[in-house]
Write a protein that binds this ligand. Structure first.
Ligand code: SF4
Length: 106
């Protein structure tokens, strides 16, 4: 089972849809590359919706005790929500998709 935020799943599908097949380790240290490998290696893997830190966040340098400290740069987009991209994207994505934390799918 993979714990995954809705916006991380959308990121993966978007990249894959754009022809991305080579997911490399990211400077943040997060685990998107290994989670993608796990999903592609087992198309029946169960995904558990997570609104907090997920399996991608686990090794990320921005994961501070389960909270993301990566913020949206509002210097060029003053109306952007702030300060936490992580929580806003996840809760908005979940709300739009009728998802709830802890639900599973595959
Ligand atoms: S901790 Fe923040 S920056 Fe790191 S993977 Fe999670 S959401 Fe992305």
């Amino acid at each position: 089972m993979i714990a995954i935020k809705p916006h991380h799943f959308v990121d993966i599908v978007t990249e894959f849809g754009d022809g991305g097949t080579e997911f490399q380790p990211h400077p943040y240290g997060h685990a998107v590359h290994s989670v993608v490998k796990e999903i592609l290696g087992n198309r029946d893997v169960v995904l558990r919706i997570e609104l907090g830190a997920d399996d991608i966040c686990a090794p990320c340098r921005h994961n501070i005790n389960g909270l993301c400290d990566d913020t949206i740069d509002t210097s060029f987009r003053l109306q952007a929500p702030s300060p936490n991209e992580n929580g806003i994207c996840s809760s908005t994505g979940a709300g739009l998709n009728g998802l709830a934390s802890g639900k599973t799918t595959n």
